[in-house]
Design a protein. Structure first.
Lengths: 605, 508
């Protein structure tokens, strides 16, 4: 009996053991399955990456080195100049190179002299170690308001040095130019400054105009406050007078800094702002701050009280102020294209076909320019000596002006948002400006700012305040941006043309792609082949547009529309002129597709 | 609960350590690979550099730092710091480049010291704090290596993501641990309810059963081991109760039987007695042999009567029917009467009854008939076993108790017999015929009587030394007896002064 029971017990446990084992293994596998990284599953989608802004580039800063023992005067000066490039620690290290009592306050927005290459340092008078002369090539300067100006010439500064009580050389007097400024190399500026736009209103208070400035990088979290303070200060001297700021004078930013939490920036202004226009101030601030990827919404406060413009929630977005974009005139649709067909007749492009436009069927309009309201067309005759003007769909354009100089030739005309027609007559080594205001006779300006230069192309921006020009200067053609000032009752004046990029040379044609970028035909210093280029007005990096294409002669661009070029293409052994556009509008470097024969494509503007 | 909490805490700490180690190991691996990539890029860029041209060195290092920093992406996965060793830093008038807002303090000196001494290509890593110009320091992983002969390249990885993960894991573990402890407590309480409480109830039931409450039973619930225990317990209790009741009934029947037999024997005995008395009175008229038989018959009848009386008496005691009829008497009178009753027998045996009575009365609340019977029993016993020697009766009293000792100088008692003398029908020598009066129940009845008073009846004896019986009684009926005024062991063999010595020395 006992043995029988034992056997049965053993049998039972033998039957149970595998079950327990299976359970154990299953549990282990189950737990392991929970821990494992998934190797399958549904496809998750993410939002498209937003445009990477140069603001977001990780930046690098110099770690300064304090003066060493028994350094010679030249080394002290070199050390001082090097350390002053490390701007983010309040120049504490650079100050160690100065003797006590030397007044040197670069401040948060210093005046910077930019030199090219390297500097040579030596005694001003041989054998006199107490006066060190610094020599180099000047490239330009940055004003305290952030405006960069290219300036040629040389750097020649003299530093006074003396030995201190410990017998160490220290700088006792700075040259005047450095009293409240810095002397930095191009590379230092590249490293320690960022280019950002401030936004101000065009005189008609409808659209916003960017005002690029150089801001020293203190640190990333200070950037919103720096921007707001800069926009409150007003435009740089370049746009001063050409644009309006809606902030009443004396408006200050209250608090330590602009608080940015979860995309919401809170800007607290002093009570002077109560007198200003709320929508105007909001639009300016929102447009300025939206350059920072961390800001998506903004709350405006005046003296701590949250205010919101009528019809806009207290947390404003940049969408609320899209109406102030000079690029949204046609509600983001693709703009109509006009061109000159193979036989020189004025045509409008519909799809891939060139169609007749009204009665101007047989009119030959070279280098056409269409007004922004698409009512008028301006152009030149074949020789470029006569300016033609007519109504679209009306009679053939008639001559309104003829070149003054016998060798003079007009550039492609351009329209601004007020209906003024601009063109430049090049003659000999100089140029003169022609203006035709709405309903008035054309006017010639002989002594405009660029009268000493020949102008390759002139295009007024859609905001009507800025004007881009391809300026022949010292044997090369460079891009300059000028500003247009309007006085009540007087004529518009284009002045203060500043070069924006030293990389592009030999510009043949240009067009405003949008408020921030130009489409340019030209060569870069690295690329001898003429190319279509996208050049940011702020001076950022240049990108090539499209691949292939032939010998391009003119370029047209408009917001939300593909860039068009006319190029000579070899087809069936013959060189013919064709209009080309990109195969993929969103892809900047997609191939050029030449789809219709013709010349001089033009968008309104 | 406390133990489970400790176990959970220990497990949690262990788990945290494992996770932390795994996380940091992975980070370190990735960091080292990043450093390797950075080193190869930087070395490529540095090839052919003119180290005597300060501007070129600065520009080169600047562009390398910028490129490496750009690879970190906008999320700021890591920071890059390129440093010159201190001698070169003095030579080139700058210390190096750092990406974003990281402070060069973040590269700890202990790491720099290692990197500077190490041969080219050796990588070092350490944990430290990353300092920033615009925000609070945070923990970080710093890897570094020498770059060329003059430069050092460091990658600084903020560990805030890891810190977040660890914090998350930790809070999860805390929650799970707390839940686990609560669960264990709940399980413990359920187990207590299921097991410990029934066991406690069983113990209580067993205690009550042991205390004599035979009707005690356990509740049977379910079919588990505890239910089986309860069933067994109940069976055992039922059996026990049955057996005890059975035995009680049996002894009751026996006692009744003895009592009935005694009563039933009385009537015929009376008749026999009358006949025997008649024969005895006329024995002179018979032949001498028949007369002798009549005398013998008379003798044995008397013994039979005494035996019957004693049997009845003891059955009364057994049945608990004996009652105490206490009244205050002078024990000296009782002793005198008992001595008077026994003097005849003593004279026949040639013994003298010596009385040592106190001068003052010895009053006590006793049933004097029972006491007298006890004394008679003791005296008869002493005379019978006294071998003709003197029998000494001592009476003494103290505040609470009175005592009467009866001393003989006969054969005495062997060791162990002092207890057995009180057994029913016990004989010192079973071979010896019972010639003299005793029924064999006298001492048993005497002891029952003494116990009925709440008193003691004790015996002492040594072979050849005689024996002594001592009766101790409380002065007040029902009071508890704590001690006796007389010693159990007699002192009479020693000189009078030895008593003093014994009292003083406490040694016998």
């Amino acid at each position: 009996m006992t043995s029988a029971r034992l056997t049965s017990t053993r049998l039972t446990s033998a039957r149970r053991l595998p079950v327990a084992l299976v359970l154990c293994v299953a549990a282990t596998l189950g737990v392991a399955g929970c821990v494992n990284v998934p190797t399958g599953g549904t496809v998750a989608s993410g939002r498209p990456a937003e445009r990477a802004l140069p603001v977001d580039d990780p930046y690098v800063r110099l770690i300064a080195y304090p003066p060493g023992r028994d350094w010679l005067p030249a080394k002290i000066v070199q050390g001082f100049l090097t350390s002053s490039a490390a701007s983010d620690d309040g120049q504490a290290v650079a100050r160690q190179y100065l003797a006590p009592g030397v007044d040197w306050e670069p401040g948060p927005r210093p005046r910077v002299t930019v030199y090219e290459g390297s500097l040579s340092i030596g005694p001003a008078i041989p054998a006199d170690a107490s006066r060190m002369q610094v020599m180099g090539t000047r490239l330009g300067k940055i004003d305290p308001d952030g405006q960069y100006q290219a300036l040629g010439g040389g750097v020649d500064q003299t530093f006074q040095l003396a030995r201190n009580a410990q017998g160490q050389w220290r700088i006792t007097a700075l040259p005047d130019a450095l009293r409240n400024g810095l002397l930095l190399g191009q590379r230092d500026v590249d490293r320690a400054f960022r280019t950002l736009n401030l936004y101000f209103f065009a005189p008609d208070r409808t659209v916003l105009v960017p005002n690029p400035i150089f801001l020293p990088l203190v640190n990333r979290r200070e950037l919103p406050s720096q921007l707001v303070r800069a926009v409150l200060t007003g435009p740089t001297f370049w746009l001063d007078g050409a644009v309006r700021s809606e902030f009443p004078s004396g408006t200050r930013l209250l608090g330590d800094r602009v608080d940015v939490t979860e995309g919401l920036a809170t800007v607290n202004l002093s009570n002077q702002a109560a007198k200003g226009s709320l929508p105007g101030m909001s639009a300016q601030l929102m447009w300025t701050l939206r350059q920072l990827p961390e800001v998506s919404r903004m709350r405006l406060q005046i003296d701590g009280e949250t205010v919101s413009p009528p019809g806009v929630s207290s947390a404003q977005t940049s969408q609320d102020w899209l109406a102030n974009d000079s690029d949204t005139t046609r509600e983001n649709s693709v703009q109509p294209v006009y061109l000159r067909d193979g036989s020189g007749r004025f045509r409008q492009l519909s799809g891939d076909n060139a169609l007749k436009v009204g009665a101007t069927d047989n009119a030959r309009v070279y280098h056409p320019a269409i007004s922004l309201d698409e009512r008028k067309v301006a152009g030149l005759d074949e020789s470029g000596e006569t300016l033609l003007l007519g109504d679209i769909g009306g009679a053939a354009p008639s001559a309104v002006a003829h070149v003054r100089d016998s060798k003079g030739r007009f550039t492609t005309p351009t329209w601004d948002r007020n209906g003024t027609l601009w063109t430049v007559e090049n003659y000999g080594s100089g140029s003169r400006l022609w203006l035709k205001e709405l309903g008035k006779d054309p006017v010639r300006v002989d002594d405009w700012d660029l009268h000493e230069n020949r102008i390759g192309a002139l295009r007024v921006a859609r905001d009507g305040v800025r004007v881009a020009a391809a300026v022949e200067y010292q044997g090369r053609t460079q891009i300059r941006i000028g500003r247009i000032q309007r006085y009540p009752g007087g004529m518009p004046q284009a002045s203060l043309f500043l070069p924006i990029s030293s990389e592009v040379v030999d510009v043949t044609d240009l067009a405003w792609r949008n408020a921030d970028e130009l489409a340019v035909l030209g060569r870069t210093q690295q690329q001898p082949q003429p190319l279509a280029l996208q050049v940011p007005v702020s001076g950022g990096s240049i990108q090539t547009i499209g691949i292939g294409g032939g010998d391009m002669t003119s370029i047209a661009a408009a917001p939300h529309s593909p860039v068009l070029v006319s190029a000579k293409v070899t087809e069936k052994g013959k060189d013919i002129e064709k209009i080309c556009r990109q195969s993929d509008v969103r892809d900047l470097i997609s191939e050029w597709q030449c789809f219709v024969g013709g010349h001089d494509p033009a968008y309104p503007g | 609960m406390a133990i489970s909490a400790v176990v959970v805490v220990v497990l949690g700490v262990f788990l945290m350590q494992q996770i932390t180690t795994a996380l940091l190991d992975a980070k370190e691996k990735a960091a080292t690979q990043q450093l390797d990539e950075g080193l190869s890029i930087a070395q490529q860029r540095l090839s052919g550099i003119d180290i005597s041209d300060h501007d070129e060195v600065r520009a080169k290092l600047d562009s390398i730092s910028r490129e490496l920093a750009r690879r970190s992406g906008p999320s700021g996965l890591y920071q890059v710091v390129t440093l010159l060793d201190p001698v070169d830093a003095a030579d080139y008038e700058f210390s190096g480049f750092a990406s974003t807002d990281v402070d060069d303090r973040s590269v700890p000196n202990r790491l720099r010291a290692q990197v500077e001494k190490a041969p080219l290509g050796t990588r070092f890593s350490t944990y430290g704090r990353l300092y920033y110009n615009d925000q609070a320091a945070e923990p970080g992983l710093i890897v570094g290596s020498r770059l060329g002969s003059r430069f050092e390249l460091y990658y600084l990885f903020p560990l805030d993501q890891e810190q977040q993960t660890l914090t998350f894991v930790q809070s999860t573990l805390l929650g799970v641990g707390a839940a686990l402890v609560l669960l264990l407590a709940a399980i413990a309480s359920v187990v207590t309810r299921q097991v410990v409480i029934p066991v406690r109830l069983a113990a209580q039931a067993a205690e009550r059963l042991a205390a004599g409450r035979l009707e005690e039973r356990m509740k049977v619930r379910g079919e588990d081991d505890l239910a089986r225990l309860a069933t067994s317990f109940n069976d055992m209790a039922a059996n026990l109760q049955e057996k005890i009741l059975q035995l009680e009934g049996l002894s009751q029947v026996q006692r009744q039987f003895v009592s009935d037999v005694s009563h039933e024997l009385r009537t015929p005995l009376t008749t026999v007695r009358i006949a025997a008395d008649l024969l005895y009175e006329h024995r002179d008229q018979f032949e001498p042999a028949v007369g002798r038989s009549a005398e013998l018959l008379q003798n044995q009848l008397e013994r039979f009567e005494a035996l019957l009386a004693d049997l009845l008496e003891i059955s009364r005691h057994d049945a608990g029917a004996a009652t105490l009829d206490a009244e205050s008497v002078d024990l000296r009178d009782v002793v005198l009467r008992a001595v008077g009753d026994t003097e005849g027998l003593a004279e026949r045996k040639g013994s003298r009854l010596v009385q040592q009575l106190p001068g003052e009365p010895c009053m006590a609340e006793v049933d004097w008939r029972r006491v007298e019977r006890i004394l008679r029993n003791l005296l008869v016993n002493a005379v019978e076993h006294g071998d003709g020697e003197d029998v000494v009766i001592t009476v003494a009293a103290d505040r609470d108790a009175v005592a009467i000792a009866v001393r003989d100088h006969g054969v005495g008692l062997r060791p162990g017999e002092a207890q057995m003398v009180f057994d029913r029908f016990w004989r010192a020598d079973p071979a010896r015929a019972r010639t003299t009066g005793g029924t064999g129940l006298g001492l048993s009845i005497a002891r029952e009587d003494a116990q009925l008073h709440g008193g003691w009846l004790q015996a002492w004896g040594e072979p050849g030394m005689g024996s002594q019986f001592r009766l101790s009684l409380p002065r007040v009926a029902g009071a508890e007896l704590r001690g006796s005024p007389l010693p159990l062991v007699p002192l009479d063999d020693r000189p009078p002064f030895s008593e003093l010595e014994q009292d003083a020395g406490g040694v016998r």
